[in-house]
Write a protein that binds this ligand. Sequence first.
Ligand SMILES: Cc1cc2nc3c(=O)[nH]c(=O)nc-3n(C[C@H](O)[C@H](O)[C@H](O)COP(=O)(O)OP(=O)(O)OC[C@H]3O[C@@H](n4cnc5c(N)ncnc54)[C@H](O)[C@@H]3O)c2cc1C
Length: 496
Amino acid sequence: MQKYDVVIIGSGLGGLLCGNILSNEGKNICILEKQFQFGGNLQTFKRDGKIFDTGIHYVGGLSPGQNLHQYFKYFGIIDKLKLRKLDENAFDKINFEGKNYSYAQGFDHFVEALANDFPSEKNALKEYKSKIKEICSHFPLYNLRPNLGLDKEKQFYEISVGDFIKSITPNKTLQNILAGNNLLYAGTPNKTPVAIHALITNSLIESAYRFEDGSHQIADLLVESIKNNGGTLMNNSEVKKLELNNGKAESVILSNGEVIEADHFISAIHPALTLEMTDTKLLRKSYRTRISDLEESISVFSIYFSLKPGSFKYLNYNYYHFNEDTVWSIPKYNPEKWPQEYLFLTPPSSKSKEFAETATAMTYMKYDEVKQWENSDKGKRGNDYEEFKKYKAEKLISQIEIQFPGFKASINKYYTSSPLSLKDYTGTRNGSMYGIVHDCNNPLKTQIYPKTKIPNLLLSGQNINFHGVLGVTVASVFTCTEMLGMEYLLEKINNA
Ligand SMILES: Cc1cc2nc3c(=O)[nH]c(=O)nc-3n(C[C@H](O)[C@H](O)[C@H](O)COP(=O)(O)OP(=O)(O)OC[C@H]3O[C@@H](n4cnc5c(N)ncnc54)[C@H](O)[C@@H]3O)c2cc1C
């Protein structure tokens, strides 16, 4: 039986990046994926001859000299990606209390643009910029430098984003606008650490890009690089058990009974699911309980629209609309008032710059609303479920029609995704959008490190650091430094 240097569980961005890094470094790796498609949230699907993204719509930090650009350069994919830069003057538009506010790219530009709407708040906006920059400067891997234990990043996991924004300005409207894209991190004002807000917001303000013709291109390029490095990828290979021998992980067992051995293991799936794969006493009960009790972020309902040719203009920005007098929708979530907010966007296609081929709308949905169908297999959930999704879709479409009159007439077909779809395709608990909830009231509880008490088992993926392309990239590098050495790997990345 072949024995690998490293077996990686899960082929989402986290698993693929660990595979890329370790195979670049000469390790003989094997990635095991339970689905047919590799990529987890990077998966796209095709309907009506068109490509639809599921879990990546836009990312930041990809311009030369910025963090994600340098990481992607090291992964060998930066020059091969088909990117489209969002509007420099408005990559996000926040539609709040009937008015549009624009987020511009480049922090000075961002400040100037919002100062046009809030002239008396210019100093507050400048203060916002310098504080966000200050917070981000404390995160070593975000800045591609080694963690020497001197940084003070932990303190920013103890301050809530709500308190932080209130400290910037007493102007309630501006407070809301500064948090206008909090759907990107399922924000809760008195819970979400300011660190999450700062790291994500800063990266997008630096530069914001979409992936032309689908985000699966990232997965395809990473799969290709791993294969070129001699790595193995196995789809339809669900890991069920992790076997230990003499206090070390020895093999994994797949659902078809196949046994795969390795010297090291990286699990890039939800840590609670990883712990369920072994009952070893090396992992203490308190650790298991802490991990399995972690709260999951809220889920989402999405509509994927196939549009009639030449009927709806491509929008080079993301549009966040709010029906309430607050952009913090999660604490006020109310199924009776659904949808309370939505994100609407038109993914770019290489076929046209002027018109959109497809559009996507997303709004929060709690898992409880679809729980009654959770025990049926996908495709067999019956008419009730289909009716429920149709009813919700029509409600959301009517709402979009108010802000984009004529949109409805440009729809050819649409497809919906509920929290159950997300659960089916990514295996996240309760169809959680972004994995675990980070809580500034109990930061230690929600911080998970790559190292475990099983000496040759490391964890990775969105729950280790924070979610999103940037968060998972940093998490993957962090995990791999445990095997390769922090200074060694960062030197390689910086010299790529
Ligand atoms: C609707 C939505 C929109 C988003 N939009 C953006 C965005 O615009 N920009 C951005 O940066 N981020 C976005 N994100 C977040 C981003 O997609 C995720 O944070 C990131 O892709 C997570 O990567 P991961 O590798 O940690 O996990 P996943 O992508 O969940 O991958 C885990 C993989 O492990 C596999 N797996 C699970 N269990 C097993 C097992 N037992 N055996 C084998 N394989 C297993 C799963 O099938 C899956 O392929 C979005 C997420 C969602 C849900």
